[in-house]
Design a protein around this ligand. Sequence first.
Ligand SMILES: C[S@@+](CC[C@H](N)C(=O)[O-])C[C@H]1O[C@@H](n2cnc3c(N)ncnc32)[C@H](O)[C@@H]1O
Length: 458
Amino acid sequence: MTLPKPFITKMASLLQSESESFFKALKEPKVSGLRIHPLKISKESFINNSPFDLSPILFYEHGFYYNAKKDEPGKHPYHYAGVYYIQEPSAMVPVKILQPQPGQLVLDLCAAPGGKSTQLALMMKNEGLLVSNEIHPKRAKILAENIERLGVRNCVVTNETPERLADHFPQFFDKILVDAPCSGEGMFRKDEEAIKYWSEEHVLRCARTQKEILKSAYKMLRPGGELVYSTCTFSPEENEQVIEWFVENFPNMSLMEVPKDAGMEVGRVDWTLNQRKEMKKCIRLWPHKIKGEGHFVAKLKKENDEEIKISNIKYEKNIVKQRDLTDFLSFEKQVLTKPLRGTFSIQKQQLFLLPEHSPDFGSLKVIRKGLHLGQFKKNRFEPSHHLALSLSASDVKHVYEMSSTEQEWKKYIRGETMATGKDRGWVLLTVDQFPIGWGKETKGILKNFYPKGLRIHF
Ligand SMILES: C[S@@+](CC[C@H](N)C(=O)[O-])C[C@H]1O[C@@H](n2cnc3c(N)ncnc32)[C@H](O)[C@@H]1O
């Protein structure tokens, strides 16, 4: 790895005597981590049942380091079953600091590919509303796929600009995460592109964008609400200086103290323009101080001193008529062990189960509205992959069990038809009890419903 010269000069001057260990750490291999889906598996069970060489991430209870030289968790069936999400360890910290609660209204404003959104939803135990927004259409699609793979039920995925969202949702959210686009200096060990793309101008451009995004986030935060700002870069211009600008321009935003784990450093007052002491409340994760690529995190609260506007946001009502659900209800009766409850929504023959408190999104571009249950076809209902991954084996009447230690699951992921010798209709396929997708059995043959776009040819 060849670091840009101006970056070396700048970091050497900022870090002084510490810079030697910083640059040494950047020459070491990246660390690799994954975060388990705590609603699907416990830590103990994961340690006992996964074949990986794991060690716990001390600053995140559901996180593990794995040995990237030996293990490929991205190719294990548990990955396709959404049992974990592969995530850089220090990227697990911002959501831990935001502490979203079940039932809250939460926004992830810069959400793709979905590491932090999936973490938010699981901490919320799939209860309440999570709006996960991504400005770039292709990345928004990847975000929706990860939301699906982890079986998240309470998330609406949008593809919008922060400004348009802010016009629609004034003072609406209890908690907002701004995991901002940044110059990615903390990506240097894992992504050569980040090095190629780096320049002082890029750092300053990112800082301007970050401030614009924060202005929109501010509008959407309710009085008393909390916001976490994070980046995976080291430059003060994108970190302490952005937060300093934020509290100076929005005086009812105040920095909150957050608990720091071993190895986490405080924000640098001496790297700000106006030496504001409260910048110490920010957190810095450095690759030479913790086992991770590095992050910056700040938590702020919107004080109540602003006039509270009555929000005129409308909520979605259950306008789907029972007769429109006939085919779904007969599917539900035949296949599921208990009915799904909540507010349904139908769009172009697609059926969704909305999160609680789901607002009307007006003309905003919505990619996925809650749990996608499936599609109405002529006189029948076809369940979705999202539904399969949101269920547990006990939620369905018929299961076809596979084992992670045998090769059969690969046939399924390749999209092959399988001979099961049974005739049970819709069947949920599982790997070691974890649902991985649907199949439809007729006359001893199971037709494969693993989505075509996700099939892999091993
Ligand atoms: C650091 S990444 C987010 C990573 C994500 N939170 C996760 O944990 O998987 C920042 C995201 O912001 C998006 N972005 C870029 N420019 C933006 C802008 N002007 N407004 C909002 N989001 C933007 C990028 O497309 C990118 O997906």
